[in-house]
Design a protein around this ligand. Structure first.
Ligand code: 8Z2
Ligand code: NDP
Length: 265
C-alpha cells in the first residue's frame, strides 16, 4: 500500500527572513520535522534567538543563524557558503524575505520602486541563482518562492509590490522548465492576508488588532498555515509538482465582496 511521505528529516533548508512572521514559522516547522535549517535576517540580534529556540529543542533539526541582507548578492553568497560548510549541502531553499510599503503609484519615487523590486524580486534572483548552483551541481533540490495574492490581483497602493510578486510567479515557472533536467523542482506560494508583525507595521496597527475580521471577506491566516504548505511542497509528496503557484488565502465569506484581492474593505 502507498504511504505518503511528507518528510524533510535530515534535509538542509535555507529560509530567508526568518526572524519573525511567516519565515520564522517555516523555519520552525521544517526543523520540527527534522530538517537542519540555515536562517537569516538583517540582524543577528533578531535571528540569533530564533536559532537558539530551535537548538534548545533536542527533538528538532539544527539551526544556523546568519546575518544576511538578501538585497546584497555577496551576503547571499556568504549565506550559501556557510550553509554548505555547516551542513554539507542545500536541499531546500525558501525565498521568504520580502516587504513593502503601501503608496499610490504617483507617490513612489525611483528609489522607492527600486527598493521594493530589489527586496522582493532581485533578492529571489540572487538566492535562486546562488543556491541553485549548489543544487544543480549536486543531486538537485527544491526551491519555494513567496509571491502574494497581490501578485495575482490588482490592489490600490500595491503597484511596485504587485509587479515584483507577479514577476516571481513567472520566474518560478521559467526556472521549473530550465532546471527540470537538473533535478530542481521550484514552486511558489501566494499567501492571502496573514497575521504577522510585518503586516501590522505596514498597516500601522498593533499586530494583535489586525483588520477586524468582520471587515474582511475571509478570515486572516496564521503563519503556520503557510508553513504547512511549504512543508508539503518541500517533501517527496510533491514530487510531481513544479512551476506551480499555490494560493493560500482561506475561504470567502458568503455575502462579502472580494475586495481588491486582499479581502480588505
Ligand atoms: C489599504 C489596505 C492595504 C493593505 C495592504 C496589506 C499588505 C498585505 C500584504 C503584505 C505584504 C507584506 O510584504 S507584509 C510584510 C511587510 N512588512 C514590511 O515591509 C516591514 C515594514 N516596511 C519596511 O521596512 C520599509 O517600508 C521598506 C521600504 C520595505 C524597507 O525599508 P528600507 O529601510 O530598505 O527603505 P527606506 O530607505 O526607508 O526607503 C526606501 C525608499 O522608499 C520610500 N518609501 C518608504 N516608505 C514609503 C511610503 N510609505 N510611501 C512612499 N515612499 C516610501 C522612501 O522614501 C525611499 O525613497 P526616497 O525617499 O526616494 O529615497
Ligand atoms: N503577511 C502577509 O499577509 C503576506 C506576506 N507575504 C510575503 O511573505 C513573506 C513574509 O512576510 P511576513 O512574514 O508578513 O513579513 P515580516 O515583515 O513580518 O517579516 C519579514 C522578515 O524578513 C526579514 N527581512 C526583511 N528584509 C530583509 C532583507 N533585506 N534581508 C534579509 N531578511 C530580511 C525580516 O527580518 P529582519 O527585520 O530581522 O531583517 C523578517 O524576518 C514576504 O515575502 C511577504 O511579501 C505575501 C502575502 C501576504
Amino acid at each position: 500500500m502507498h504511504e505518503s511521505d511528507y518528510g524533510v528529516a535530515e534535509k538542509t533548508a535555507i529560509v530567508t527572513g526568518a526572524s519573525q512572521g511567516i519565515g520564522r514559522a517555516i523555519a520552525e516547522t521544517l526543523a520540527a520535522s527534522g530538517a537542519n535549517v540555515a536562517i537569516c535576517s538583517r540582524s543577528m540580534d533578531r535571528i540569533g534567538p530564533v536559532a537558539e529556540g530551535i537548538n534548545d529543542d533536542e527533538d528538532t533539526g539544527e539551526a544556523l543563524a546568519v546575518e544576511c541582507n538578501v538585497r546584497e548578492r555577496e551576503q547571499v553568497q556568504q549565506l550559501i557558503d556557510e550553509t554548505v560548510e555547516t551542513f554539507g549541502d542545500i536541499d531546500i531553499l525558501v525565498t521568504n524575505a520580502g516587504g513593502e510599503f503601501v503608496a499610490p503609484f504617483e507617490d513612489i519615487s525611483a528609489n522607492g520602486w527600486e527598493t521594493i523590486l530589489d527586496l522582493n524580486l532581485t533578492s529571489t534572483v540572487h538566492c535562486a541563482q546562488l543556491a541553485g548552483e549548489v543544487m544543480r551541481e549536486g543531486d538537485g533540490g527544491v526551491i519555494i518562492t513567496l509571491s502574494s495574492v497581490n501578485g495575482q490581483h490588482a490592489a490600490p497602493g500595491e503597484s511596485h509590490y504587485g509587479a515584483a510578486k507577479a514577476a516571481i510567479i513567472r520566474l518560478t515557472e521559467t526556472l521549473a522548465v530550465e532546471w527540470a533536467d537538473d533535478g530542481v523542482r521550484i514552486n511558489c506560494v501566494a499567501p492571502g492576508l496573514i497575521q504577522t508583525p510585518g503586516v501590522a507595521e505596514t498597516l500601522g496597527i498593533d499586530s494583535e488588532s489586525m483588520p477586524p475580521r468582520e471587515k474582511t471577506d475571509r478570515r486572516i491566516g496564521h503563519p503556520e498555515e503557510i508553513a504547512d504548505v511549504v512543508q508539503f511542497l518541500s517533501s517527496p509528496a510533491a514530487s510531481f509538482m513544479t512551476g506551480e503557484t499555490v494560493t493560500v488565502k482561506g475561504v470567502p465569506r458568503a455575502g462579502n465582496s472580494m475586495s481588491q484581492g486582499l479581502g480588505l474593505e
